[in-house]
Design a protein around this ligand. Structure first.
Ligand code: NZQ
Ligand code: ZN
Length: 385
Protein backbone atom coordinates (compact mmCIF):
# COMPACT_ATOMS: atom_id res chain seq x y z
CA UNK A 1 0.00 0.00 0.00
CA UNK A 2 1.28 3.48 -0.84
CA UNK A 3 1.66 6.24 1.74
CA UNK A 4 -1.30 8.57 2.11
CA UNK A 5 -3.02 11.28 4.12
CA UNK A 6 -6.74 10.81 4.56
CA UNK A 7 -8.70 13.86 5.63
CA UNK A 8 -12.38 14.53 5.13
CA UNK A 9 -14.24 16.98 7.37
CA UNK A 10 -17.64 17.05 5.61
CA UNK A 11 -20.62 16.25 7.85
CA UNK A 12 -23.14 13.97 6.15
CA UNK A 13 -26.78 14.19 7.22
CA UNK A 14 -28.42 11.19 5.58
CA UNK A 15 -32.09 10.26 5.38
CA UNK A 16 -35.67 11.30 4.71
CA UNK A 17 -37.23 14.59 5.76
CA UNK A 18 -34.33 16.14 7.61
CA UNK A 19 -34.12 19.56 5.96
CA UNK A 20 -35.49 21.19 9.14
CA UNK A 21 -32.07 20.37 10.64
CA UNK A 22 -30.27 22.67 8.18
CA UNK A 23 -29.99 25.49 10.68
CA UNK A 24 -28.00 23.23 13.03
CA UNK A 25 -25.16 23.42 10.52
CA UNK A 26 -25.34 27.01 9.25
CA UNK A 27 -23.89 29.58 11.64
CA UNK A 28 -26.60 31.74 13.23
CA UNK A 29 -26.92 35.16 11.61
CA UNK A 30 -25.49 33.99 8.26
CA UNK A 31 -26.74 35.65 5.12
CA UNK A 32 -27.25 32.58 2.95
CA UNK A 33 -27.01 32.53 -0.83
CA UNK A 34 -28.89 29.50 -2.17
CA UNK A 35 -27.50 28.40 -5.54
CA UNK A 36 -29.44 26.15 -7.90
CA UNK A 37 -29.67 24.97 -11.50
CA UNK A 38 -32.18 25.30 -14.31
CA UNK A 39 -35.29 24.99 -12.19
CA UNK A 40 -35.79 21.32 -11.25
CA UNK A 41 -35.67 22.30 -7.58
CA UNK A 42 -38.48 24.80 -8.09
CA UNK A 43 -40.60 22.19 -9.85
CA UNK A 44 -39.93 19.49 -7.27
CA UNK A 45 -40.61 21.79 -4.33
CA UNK A 46 -37.14 21.22 -2.85
CA UNK A 47 -36.19 24.90 -3.04
CA UNK A 48 -39.31 25.89 -1.11
CA UNK A 49 -38.59 23.25 1.55
CA UNK A 50 -35.07 24.62 1.95
CA UNK A 51 -36.36 28.18 2.25
CA UNK A 52 -38.95 27.09 4.81
CA UNK A 53 -36.15 25.53 6.85
CA UNK A 54 -34.10 28.73 6.78
CA UNK A 55 -36.70 31.13 8.10
CA UNK A 56 -34.37 32.45 10.78
CA UNK A 57 -31.71 33.41 8.21
CA UNK A 58 -31.61 36.10 5.55
CA UNK A 59 -31.79 34.22 2.27
CA UNK A 60 -30.82 35.21 -1.27
CA UNK A 61 -31.13 33.08 -4.39
CA UNK A 62 -29.02 32.53 -7.48
CA UNK A 63 -30.52 30.18 -10.09
CA UNK A 64 -29.53 29.23 -13.63
CA UNK A 65 -26.33 27.27 -13.05
CA UNK A 66 -26.29 25.06 -16.12
CA UNK A 67 -25.11 21.43 -16.44
CA UNK A 68 -21.32 21.58 -16.90
CA UNK A 69 -21.38 24.95 -15.15
CA UNK A 70 -19.90 27.88 -17.03
CA UNK A 71 -17.37 30.33 -15.64
CA UNK A 72 -19.34 33.35 -16.90
CA UNK A 73 -22.54 32.25 -15.13
CA UNK A 74 -20.71 31.64 -11.86
CA UNK A 75 -19.01 35.03 -11.97
CA UNK A 76 -22.49 36.60 -11.88
CA UNK A 77 -23.05 34.91 -8.52
CA UNK A 78 -19.70 36.28 -7.33
CA UNK A 79 -20.91 39.81 -8.18
CA UNK A 80 -24.18 39.23 -6.34
CA UNK A 81 -22.38 38.04 -3.20
CA UNK A 82 -20.14 41.10 -3.21
CA UNK A 83 -23.11 43.41 -3.68
CA UNK A 84 -25.28 41.78 -1.02
CA UNK A 85 -22.58 40.69 1.43
CA UNK A 86 -23.72 37.07 1.62
CA UNK A 87 -21.70 34.98 4.08
CA UNK A 88 -22.71 31.34 3.47
CA UNK A 89 -23.34 29.35 0.28
CA UNK A 90 -25.94 26.61 0.09
CA UNK A 91 -25.96 24.58 -3.13
CA UNK A 92 -29.24 22.82 -3.88
CA UNK A 93 -28.81 20.50 -6.86
CA UNK A 94 -26.57 18.00 -8.60
CA UNK A 95 -22.86 17.95 -9.36
CA UNK A 96 -22.98 21.00 -11.60
CA UNK A 97 -24.54 23.21 -8.92
CA UNK A 98 -22.25 21.83 -6.20
CA UNK A 99 -19.13 22.24 -8.37
CA UNK A 100 -20.16 25.70 -9.50
CA UNK A 101 -20.71 26.72 -5.90
CA UNK A 102 -17.21 25.55 -4.96
CA UNK A 103 -15.80 27.78 -7.68
CA UNK A 104 -17.93 30.71 -6.48
CA UNK A 105 -16.70 30.18 -2.91
CA UNK A 106 -13.08 30.48 -4.07
CA UNK A 107 -13.57 33.23 -6.64
CA UNK A 108 -15.33 35.55 -4.21
CA UNK A 109 -12.32 35.48 -1.87
CA UNK A 110 -9.60 35.55 -4.53
CA UNK A 111 -7.96 38.87 -5.28
CA UNK A 112 -6.31 37.95 -8.56
CA UNK A 113 -7.84 37.03 -11.91
CA UNK A 114 -10.45 34.28 -11.25
CA UNK A 115 -9.28 32.43 -14.38
CA UNK A 116 -6.18 31.48 -12.38
CA UNK A 117 -8.29 29.30 -10.13
CA UNK A 118 -9.20 27.16 -13.14
CA UNK A 119 -5.97 26.92 -14.99
CA UNK A 120 -3.88 26.08 -12.01
CA UNK A 121 -6.52 24.28 -10.05
CA UNK A 122 -4.57 21.06 -9.93
CA UNK A 123 -1.55 22.87 -8.48
CA UNK A 124 -3.38 25.52 -6.51
CA UNK A 125 -2.32 29.11 -6.86
CA UNK A 126 -2.28 31.09 -3.68
CA UNK A 127 -5.81 30.29 -2.58
CA UNK A 128 -6.03 31.31 1.04
CA UNK A 129 -9.72 31.45 1.76
CA UNK A 130 -13.10 30.26 0.55
CA UNK A 131 -16.62 31.19 1.58
CA UNK A 132 -18.09 28.32 3.61
CA UNK A 133 -20.55 26.14 1.73
CA UNK A 134 -23.01 23.32 2.28
CA UNK A 135 -25.12 21.15 -0.02
CA UNK A 136 -28.58 19.72 -0.39
CA UNK A 137 -28.01 16.98 -2.95
CA UNK A 138 -30.62 16.19 -5.61
CA UNK A 139 -28.61 13.92 -7.93
CA UNK A 140 -26.37 11.05 -6.78
CA UNK A 141 -23.40 10.79 -9.14
CA UNK A 142 -20.36 12.97 -8.78
CA UNK A 143 -19.37 12.69 -5.13
CA UNK A 144 -18.93 16.47 -5.12
CA UNK A 145 -20.90 16.54 -1.86
CA UNK A 146 -17.96 15.11 0.08
CA UNK A 147 -14.83 16.04 -1.86
CA UNK A 148 -12.69 19.01 -2.81
CA UNK A 149 -13.19 18.82 -6.57
CA UNK A 150 -15.13 20.88 -9.05
CA UNK A 151 -15.22 20.89 -12.83
CA UNK A 152 -15.91 24.18 -14.57
CA UNK A 153 -16.52 24.87 -18.27
CA UNK A 154 -14.55 27.76 -19.69
CA UNK A 155 -13.99 28.72 -23.31
CA UNK A 156 -13.63 25.41 -25.16
CA UNK A 157 -12.74 23.18 -22.24
CA UNK A 158 -13.54 21.74 -18.83
CA UNK A 159 -11.11 22.65 -16.07
CA UNK A 160 -10.60 21.18 -12.64
CA UNK A 161 -10.70 23.15 -9.43
CA UNK A 162 -9.14 21.23 -6.58
CA UNK A 163 -8.73 22.96 -3.24
CA UNK A 164 -9.13 21.62 0.29
CA UNK A 165 -10.71 24.99 1.10
CA UNK A 166 -13.86 23.84 -0.70
CA UNK A 167 -14.63 20.78 1.37
CA UNK A 168 -18.36 21.25 2.00
CA UNK A 169 -19.13 21.96 5.67
CA UNK A 170 -22.07 19.56 5.35
CA UNK A 171 -24.17 17.73 2.80
CA UNK A 172 -27.77 16.64 3.23
CA UNK A 173 -28.40 13.38 1.41
CA UNK A 174 -32.12 12.67 1.30
CA UNK A 175 -32.77 9.93 -1.28
CA UNK A 176 -36.39 11.06 -1.66
CA UNK A 177 -35.20 14.38 -3.11
CA UNK A 178 -33.83 12.40 -6.06
CA UNK A 179 -37.14 10.66 -6.93
CA UNK A 180 -37.98 13.32 -9.54
CA UNK A 181 -34.87 12.60 -11.61
CA UNK A 182 -35.50 11.50 -15.19
CA UNK A 183 -34.39 7.90 -15.93
CA UNK A 184 -31.44 9.03 -17.99
CA UNK A 185 -29.99 11.06 -15.09
CA UNK A 186 -30.34 8.12 -12.70
CA UNK A 187 -28.53 5.93 -15.23
CA UNK A 188 -25.86 8.64 -15.51
CA UNK A 189 -25.46 8.54 -11.73
CA UNK A 190 -24.93 4.78 -11.70
CA UNK A 191 -22.37 4.95 -14.51
CA UNK A 192 -20.47 7.94 -13.10
CA UNK A 193 -20.20 6.23 -9.70
CA UNK A 194 -19.13 2.93 -11.30
CA UNK A 195 -16.40 4.62 -13.30
CA UNK A 196 -15.15 6.65 -10.31
CA UNK A 197 -14.60 3.35 -8.51
CA UNK A 198 -12.97 1.71 -11.53
CA UNK A 199 -10.49 4.55 -11.96
CA UNK A 200 -9.22 4.06 -8.43
CA UNK A 201 -9.41 0.25 -8.47
CA UNK A 202 -8.59 -1.02 -11.92
CA UNK A 203 -4.91 -0.16 -12.14
CA UNK A 204 -2.24 -2.53 -10.75
CA UNK A 205 -2.14 -4.37 -7.41
CA UNK A 206 -0.50 -2.74 -4.40
CA UNK A 207 -1.81 -5.05 -1.67
CA UNK A 208 -4.48 -2.54 -0.66
CA UNK A 209 -6.99 -5.13 0.42
CA UNK A 210 -9.41 -2.84 2.23
CA UNK A 211 -9.53 -0.37 -0.66
CA UNK A 212 -9.95 -3.21 -3.19
CA UNK A 213 -12.72 -4.95 -1.30
CA UNK A 214 -14.55 -1.71 -0.59
CA UNK A 215 -14.33 -0.79 -4.28
CA UNK A 216 -15.61 -4.25 -5.23
CA UNK A 217 -18.46 -3.84 -2.74
CA UNK A 218 -19.54 -0.57 -4.34
CA UNK A 219 -19.34 -2.08 -7.84
CA UNK A 220 -21.40 -5.10 -6.80
CA UNK A 221 -23.98 -2.88 -5.12
CA UNK A 222 -24.32 -0.80 -8.29
CA UNK A 223 -24.77 -3.93 -10.38
CA UNK A 224 -27.49 -5.12 -7.96
CA UNK A 225 -29.44 -1.89 -7.65
CA UNK A 226 -28.60 0.04 -10.84
CA UNK A 227 -31.43 -1.15 -13.07
CA UNK A 228 -33.75 -1.52 -10.08
CA UNK A 229 -33.48 2.10 -9.04
CA UNK A 230 -34.06 3.28 -12.61
CA UNK A 231 -37.19 1.13 -12.92
CA UNK A 232 -38.50 1.83 -9.39
CA UNK A 233 -37.48 5.39 -8.60
CA UNK A 234 -39.42 5.40 -5.34
CA UNK A 235 -37.87 2.21 -3.97
CA UNK A 236 -36.22 3.95 -1.03
CA UNK A 237 -33.65 1.30 -0.22
CA UNK A 238 -32.39 0.91 -3.76
CA UNK A 239 -32.08 4.69 -4.15
CA UNK A 240 -30.49 5.10 -0.72
CA UNK A 241 -27.81 2.60 -1.74
CA UNK A 242 -27.09 4.50 -4.94
CA UNK A 243 -26.85 7.78 -3.03
CA UNK A 244 -24.40 6.41 -0.47
CA UNK A 245 -22.33 4.55 -3.08
CA UNK A 246 -21.97 7.77 -5.09
CA UNK A 247 -20.67 9.65 -2.09
CA UNK A 248 -18.31 6.92 -0.92
CA UNK A 249 -16.93 6.34 -4.41
CA UNK A 250 -15.23 9.71 -4.55
CA UNK A 251 -14.59 11.02 -1.06
CA UNK A 252 -11.00 9.86 -0.84
CA UNK A 253 -11.63 6.60 1.00
CA UNK A 254 -11.11 4.00 -1.72
CA UNK A 255 -8.46 6.11 -3.46
CA UNK A 256 -6.19 6.39 -0.43
CA UNK A 257 -2.88 4.59 -0.88
CA UNK A 258 -3.61 3.20 -4.35
CA UNK A 259 -2.59 4.15 -7.90
CA UNK A 260 -5.28 6.02 -9.84
CA UNK A 261 -6.06 6.30 -13.54
CA UNK A 262 -8.23 9.28 -14.49
CA UNK A 263 -7.66 8.93 -18.25
CA UNK A 264 -11.30 8.02 -18.92
CA UNK A 265 -12.45 11.22 -17.21
CA UNK A 266 -9.92 13.41 -18.98
CA UNK A 267 -10.79 12.10 -22.46
CA UNK A 268 -14.48 12.17 -21.51
CA UNK A 269 -14.31 15.84 -20.52
CA UNK A 270 -13.12 16.66 -24.05
CA UNK A 271 -16.17 14.87 -25.47
CA UNK A 272 -18.48 16.92 -23.26
CA UNK A 273 -16.69 20.14 -24.14
CA UNK A 274 -16.84 19.48 -27.90
CA UNK A 275 -20.18 17.69 -28.29
CA UNK A 276 -22.19 18.42 -25.15
CA UNK A 277 -22.49 14.70 -24.34
CA UNK A 278 -23.52 14.15 -20.68
CA UNK A 279 -20.51 13.56 -18.41
CA UNK A 280 -21.44 9.97 -17.46
CA UNK A 281 -22.21 9.02 -21.05
CA UNK A 282 -18.70 10.04 -22.12
CA UNK A 283 -17.34 7.68 -19.47
CA UNK A 284 -19.49 4.80 -20.71
CA UNK A 285 -18.00 5.36 -24.17
CA UNK A 286 -14.36 5.64 -23.12
CA UNK A 287 -13.98 3.17 -20.25
CA UNK A 288 -14.60 -0.14 -22.09
CA UNK A 289 -12.38 1.03 -24.96
CA UNK A 290 -9.63 2.08 -22.55
CA UNK A 291 -9.74 -1.31 -20.81
CA UNK A 292 -9.32 -3.01 -24.20
CA UNK A 293 -6.35 -0.82 -25.18
CA UNK A 294 -4.71 -1.10 -21.73
CA UNK A 295 -5.43 -4.82 -21.41
CA UNK A 296 -1.83 -5.94 -20.76
CA UNK A 297 -1.02 -3.19 -18.23
CA UNK A 298 -4.22 -3.82 -16.29
CA UNK A 299 -4.50 -7.58 -16.72
CA UNK A 300 -3.83 -8.56 -13.16
CA UNK A 301 -6.56 -6.29 -11.78
CA UNK A 302 -8.89 -7.19 -14.66
CA UNK A 303 -8.71 -10.83 -13.62
CA UNK A 304 -9.39 -9.92 -9.99
CA UNK A 305 -12.33 -7.76 -11.14
CA UNK A 306 -13.63 -10.63 -13.30
CA UNK A 307 -13.46 -13.16 -10.49
CA UNK A 308 -14.66 -11.06 -7.58
CA UNK A 309 -17.15 -8.65 -9.13
CA UNK A 310 -18.53 -10.65 -12.04
CA UNK A 311 -17.93 -14.11 -10.50
CA UNK A 312 -16.28 -15.39 -13.67
CA UNK A 313 -14.68 -18.73 -12.81
CA UNK A 314 -14.03 -20.44 -16.13
CA UNK A 315 -11.28 -19.81 -18.64
CA UNK A 316 -7.71 -18.61 -18.50
CA UNK A 317 -6.69 -15.12 -17.37
CA UNK A 318 -7.05 -13.57 -20.83
CA UNK A 319 -10.50 -15.05 -21.28
CA UNK A 320 -11.67 -13.90 -17.84
CA UNK A 321 -10.36 -10.36 -18.37
CA UNK A 322 -11.92 -10.13 -21.83
CA UNK A 323 -15.28 -11.33 -20.55
CA UNK A 324 -15.18 -8.82 -17.67
CA UNK A 325 -14.72 -5.97 -20.15
CA UNK A 326 -17.72 -7.21 -22.18
CA UNK A 327 -19.79 -7.46 -18.99
CA UNK A 328 -18.88 -3.86 -18.13
CA UNK A 329 -20.08 -2.63 -21.51
CA UNK A 330 -23.24 -4.75 -21.28
CA UNK A 331 -23.95 -3.33 -17.81
CA UNK A 332 -23.80 0.26 -19.08
CA UNK A 333 -25.99 -0.66 -22.08
CA UNK A 334 -28.48 -2.44 -19.78
CA UNK A 335 -28.98 0.90 -18.01
CA UNK A 336 -29.88 2.50 -21.34
CA UNK A 337 -26.50 4.21 -21.72
CA UNK A 338 -24.93 3.73 -25.16
CA UNK A 339 -21.23 2.93 -25.25
CA UNK A 340 -20.07 3.81 -28.78
CA UNK A 341 -18.99 7.19 -30.14
CA UNK A 342 -21.09 6.61 -33.23
CA UNK A 343 -24.20 6.26 -31.02
CA UNK A 344 -23.71 9.96 -30.30
CA UNK A 345 -22.87 10.97 -33.87
CA UNK A 346 -19.12 11.33 -33.26
CA UNK A 347 -16.81 9.99 -35.99
CA UNK A 348 -13.05 9.76 -36.48
CA UNK A 349 -13.08 13.20 -38.11
CA UNK A 350 -13.40 14.68 -34.61
CA UNK A 351 -10.33 12.96 -33.20
CA UNK A 352 -7.78 15.65 -34.11
CA UNK A 353 -9.81 18.28 -32.25
CA UNK A 354 -10.26 16.06 -29.20
CA UNK A 355 -6.53 15.33 -29.05
CA UNK A 356 -5.69 19.01 -29.48
CA UNK A 357 -7.94 19.72 -26.48
CA UNK A 358 -5.97 17.21 -24.41
CA UNK A 359 -2.66 18.63 -25.61
CA UNK A 360 -3.66 22.21 -24.77
CA UNK A 361 -4.35 21.10 -21.20
CA UNK A 362 -1.05 19.18 -21.08
CA UNK A 363 -2.94 15.91 -20.68
CA UNK A 364 -0.33 14.03 -22.68
CA UNK A 365 0.86 11.55 -20.03
CA UNK A 366 -2.29 10.07 -18.53
CA UNK A 367 -2.98 6.90 -16.50
CA UNK A 368 -1.64 5.25 -13.35
CA UNK A 369 1.74 4.88 -15.06
CA UNK A 370 1.67 8.16 -16.98
CA UNK A 371 2.27 6.44 -20.29
CA UNK A 372 -1.00 7.16 -22.06
CA UNK A 373 0.34 9.53 -24.66
CA UNK A 374 -1.76 11.33 -27.25
CA UNK A 375 -1.15 8.39 -29.61
CA UNK A 376 -2.63 6.00 -27.08
CA UNK A 377 -5.56 8.32 -26.44
CA UNK A 378 -6.14 8.18 -30.20
CA UNK A 379 -6.13 4.37 -30.09
CA UNK A 380 -8.72 4.49 -27.28
CA UNK A 381 -10.92 6.79 -29.36
CA UNK A 382 -10.57 4.45 -32.34
CA UNK A 383 -11.65 1.48 -30.19
CA UNK A 384 -14.62 3.50 -28.96
CA UNK A 385 -16.06 4.07 -32.45
O1 NZQ B 1 -30.43 22.22 -13.60
P1 NZQ B 1 -31.63 21.55 -13.03
O2 NZQ B 1 -32.91 22.16 -13.47
O3 NZQ B 1 -31.56 21.39 -11.53
O4 NZQ B 1 -31.69 20.06 -13.66
C1 NZQ B 1 -30.64 19.14 -13.51
C2 NZQ B 1 -29.81 18.98 -14.78
O5 NZQ B 1 -30.54 19.26 -15.93
C3 NZQ B 1 -31.26 17.77 -13.34
N1 NZQ B 1 -31.59 17.44 -11.96
C4 NZQ B 1 -30.79 17.45 -10.87
N2 NZQ B 1 -31.46 17.00 -9.79
C5 NZQ B 1 -32.73 16.72 -10.20
C6 NZQ B 1 -32.81 17.00 -11.58
N3 NZQ B 1 -33.95 16.82 -12.28
C7 NZQ B 1 -35.03 16.36 -11.60
N4 NZQ B 1 -35.00 16.03 -10.30
C8 NZQ B 1 -33.87 16.19 -9.56
N5 NZQ B 1 -33.85 15.80 -8.28
O6 NZQ B 1 -30.25 16.87 -13.78
C9 NZQ B 1 -29.50 17.49 -14.83
C10 NZQ B 1 -28.03 17.19 -14.67
O7 NZQ B 1 -27.53 17.79 -13.49
P2 NZQ B 1 -25.95 17.92 -13.23
O8 NZQ B 1 -25.77 18.54 -11.91
O9 NZQ B 1 -25.30 18.54 -14.42
O10 NZQ B 1 -25.52 16.38 -13.20
P3 NZQ B 1 -24.38 15.64 -12.41
O11 NZQ B 1 -24.70 15.54 -10.96
O12 NZQ B 1 -24.16 14.38 -13.15
O13 NZQ B 1 -23.09 16.59 -12.52
C11 NZQ B 1 -22.29 16.60 -13.66
C12 NZQ B 1 -21.15 17.58 -13.48
O14 NZQ B 1 -20.27 17.14 -12.42
C13 NZQ B 1 -18.92 17.11 -12.88
C14 NZQ B 1 -19.08 16.81 -14.33
O15 NZQ B 1 -17.92 17.10 -15.07
C15 NZQ B 1 -20.26 17.66 -14.71
O16 NZQ B 1 -19.86 18.98 -14.95
N6 NZQ B 1 -18.13 16.18 -12.07
C16 NZQ B 1 -17.76 16.56 -10.83
C17 NZQ B 1 -16.96 15.78 -10.03
C18 NZQ B 1 -16.55 16.21 -8.67
N7 NZQ B 1 -16.93 17.37 -8.23
O17 NZQ B 1 -15.83 15.48 -7.98
C19 NZQ B 1 -16.46 14.48 -10.48
C20 NZQ B 1 -17.21 13.94 -11.62
O18 NZQ B 1 -16.42 12.99 -12.24
C21 NZQ B 1 -17.63 14.96 -12.64
O19 NZQ B 1 -16.55 15.27 -13.50
ZN1 ZN C 1 -17.32 11.52 -13.07
Amino acid sequence: MNNFIFYNPTVIVFGKDRLHELTNYIPAGSKVLITYGGGSVIKSGTLQKVKDALQTNTVLEFGGIEPNPRFETLMKAVELIKKENATFLLAVGGGSVMDGTKFISLAVKYNGNPEDILYHGFKPVDLKEAMPLGNVVTLPATGSEMNIAGVISYKKGKYGVLSPLTFPKFSFLDPTLTYTLPETQVANGVVDTFVHVMEQYLTFPVEARFQDRTAEGILQTLIEIGRKTIDNPQDYDARANLVWCSTMALNGLIGAGVPQDWATHMIGHELTASFGIDHAKTLAIIMPALLEVRFEQKKSKLVQYAERVWKIENGNDDEKATLAISKTREFFESLGVKTRLTDYGVTQFAFDDILTGLEEKKLTALSETRDVTLDISRLILEKAL
